[in-house]
Design a binder for this molecule. Structure first.
Ligand code: SF4
Length: 617
């Protein structure tokens, strides 16, 4: 290890599980691997690139589901304890990594593993039980068909320990819904279809329990850096509001005119006041938080009146509120709560589910599909009553839901009749709750992300929240937005090695300098104390993920939005008249990245510079 006195932070154990022959093996982390990729998302990117043959079936035995934590997981730092799953996505057929909060990550570390790699497929349902360095596969036949809450309860009962942490799938994962997520205590690694990968492997859950501690290389320096982090979070104005209300942004994005409404046809939901933040805080029963996070951004919310009286959920957070209001063109707070809980039970990604339902509403509105196709459901704008039924049909692949379970792009291809132009997605991943016409660097991130349209790949807090770091920007301007999108993406990749939560990251609560202090003190690796080195690792990760996708046949042709966003000006509201100027924006992005302008492939010089020469073909 270049510059290492003593490497702290890691457990130095990789567990490999082959479900086909029910065999386990172990590896260690090499010093070079730690130095070059740090942990979390970095480890996942390199392992997936090295271990998957190009062109494999994401739902086949060869795909891997890699469960990852970082060197800061389980330490006294704040908001660093999320957990990641990395896999080839059945929705995009490309690289994917998805992250969840909760307690699973800290428990994986305490159980003794930095990385768990699962491949193969079992012949009958199983769950993986890992406890303090030991592991076994157990029968999950009796759990198959159960929702996520019941799966948590029954595994804890079977193993007689209420403190076991569980990551599991619901009906959506079992039935191969392309956007099924992996759920842990009602928090989700929701996007990209990791739940379908688990379902195809007949892996119902991973249950985990540990009591190990994390050894810190330089305890006093780490304590000081952790104190500095707490002080910053305490004094940060944006974090005070965020702590109070969670991710309640509906008011905010409506006032920016970029709240996707009626399948991105408009940017303001007419009655958005019914879903603004105080509506949800008034329904809050109590606050919740992930492992060692002083921000406590979660809530248990319960509806006490109306059609959905009695419905409760942990959430809903902003993306979910949007998913069950904007696409259908109706602000119904009760539905957002009931639909969020149903998605948690069924194991569905709320963003892709809501966007896909919105796609169906538009097809219905245009007469491309009719009641005959929907099995009698009336998908008229302003009528969001069919949503819960649609979610059930999707998760169980019943009736019309079987088609929608494929995601917008594949469903559109099967429907034909010009439906594809109404599939609002990138690389097969449905867009989340931000219209790219209203924020150009944010849109560029959605356009170029290695995951498809994932806002967590590089959130433009500068445009959304007015964060002046690295500089103030005009959200509509095109100039220098390539550079800004690269900045946000590489910063996210860098801190995803940790694994820092992207929510406080979007408000610039973690500078590369502070991350360097925390990381170098935790691990003792000298190079990690250099923010420039960490930027380089962030850039290395985004480029390696890009090369995974290039190997799968992706390129510039896939950095594309549906014409609605590039050719149809926003019709009204605070973003009226805006389009997403794709050509100049993409050009500035490729230039900032050092990628070939025609193909969108990283140049040989760029790959060499980043130590990715092995990816050059
Ligand atoms: S900010 Fe919220 S989601 Fe992020 S780690 Fe803290 S409690 Fe969890």
């Amino acid at each position: 290890m270049p510059g290492a006195k003593k490497v702290g932070g890691y457990k130095n154990r990789i567990l490999r599980v082959n479900l086909t022959d029910r065999k386990f093996s172990e590896d260690t982390l090499s010093n070079e691997f730690i130095h070059d990729y740090i942990g979390g998302r970095g480890f996942g990117a390199k392992l997936l690139y090295d271990e998957l043959k190009p062109g494999i079936d994401p739902l086949g035995e060869e795909n891997e589901l890699i469960s990852l934590v970082g060197p800061m997981t389980g330490t006294n730092s704040q908001s660093f304890h999320r957990w990641k799953v990395t896999f080839k996505s059945p929705l995009t057929s490309g690289y994917f990594t998805s992250s969840a909060g909760g307690f699973f990550g800290a428990e994986q570390k305490a159980a003794g593993f930095d990385v768990i790699i699962i491949n193969g497929a079992a012949d009958k349902p199983v769950y993986l039980w890992i406890h303090d360095g030991k592991y076994e596969l157990r029968d999950a036949t009796y759990l198959w068909g159960l929702d996520c809450d019941d799966t948590h309860t029954l595994i804890r009962e079977e193993l007689n320990d209420p403190r076991i942490r569980i990551a599991c799938i619901g009906a959506a994962g079992e039935n191969g819904v392309k956007y099924a997520g992996v759920f842990t205590d009602r928090r989700a690694a929701g996007r990209g279809g990791g739940g379908a990968v688990m379902g195809a492997k007949k892996l119902k859950a991973i249950a985990i329990r540990g009591s190990g501690k994390v050894a810190i290389a330089e305890p006093e320096a780490f304590r000081q850096a952790a104190r500095e982090q707490v002080q910053i979070l305490k004094e940060h104005e944006g974090m005070k509001g965020f702590s109070e209300t969670g991710t309640q942004l509906a008011e905010f994005t409506n006032l920016l005119g970029m709240y996707p409404t009626r399948n991105f046809q408009e940017g303001v939901l007419p009655d958005w006041e019914k879903i603004e933040r105080s509506v949800y805080t008034n329904l809050r029963e109590r606050k919740t938080a992930c492992y060692r996070c002083m921000l406590h951004c979660g809530s248990i919310t319960k509806m006490n009146t109306g059609r959905y009286s009695g419905a409760w959920t942990e959430g809903p957070e902003y993306e979910t509120i949007w998913a069950f209001t904007g696409p259908e063109g109706k602000a119904d707070v009760g539905l957002t709560i009931a639909a969020d809980k149903l998605c948690d039970d069924l194991g569905l990604d709320t963003i892709s589910a809501g966007n896909t339902i919105g796609f169906a509403y538009e097809l219905y509105d245009r007469g491309i599909i009719t009641k005959k196709d929907t099995g009698g459901l009336e998908l008229t704008y302003g009528n969001s009553e069919p949503v819960l039924e649609m979610l059930r049909q999707i998760a169980y692949r019943k009736g019309f839901g079987d088609l929608l379970a494929e995601g917008t792009l594949e469903a559109a291809r099967r429907i034909g009749k010009g439906a594809e132009q109404y599939a609002i997605q990138v690389k097969g991943l449905e867009l989340p709750a931000y219209d790219p016409r209203g924020a150009k660097a944010h849109g560029l991130n959605l356009l170029t992300s290695n995951l498809g349209a994932d806002h967590n790949f590089g959130y433009a807090g500068q445009e959304l929240f007015g964060i002046p770091i690295p500089r103030e920007v005009d959200r509509f301007a095109v100039e220098s937005k390539g550079e800004l999108a690269k900045y946000n993406q590489d910063l996210t990749a860098m801190t995803n090695t940790g694994i820092y939560c992207n929510l406080p990251l979007s408000m610039a609560t973690l500078s590369p300098e502070l991350y360097a202090k925390l990381l170098s003190a935790a691990t003792g690796v000298k190079d990690f104390a250099d923010p420039d080195y960490l930027w380089r690792v962030g850039e290395r990760i985004t480029n390696l993920e890009r090369m995974f996708n290039i190997r799968e046949g992706f390129g510039r042709k896939d950095d594309i939005f549906p014409k609605r966003l590039t050719d149809e000006p926003m019709p009204a509201g605070p973003s009226a008249g805006q389009v997403f100027e794709i050509e100049p924006l993409l050009k500035s992005y490729y230039k900032a990245r050092g990628w070939d302008a025609k193909t969108g492939i990283p140049t040989k010089a760029k790959l060499d510079e980043l130590g990715l020469g092995f990816a050059i073909k």
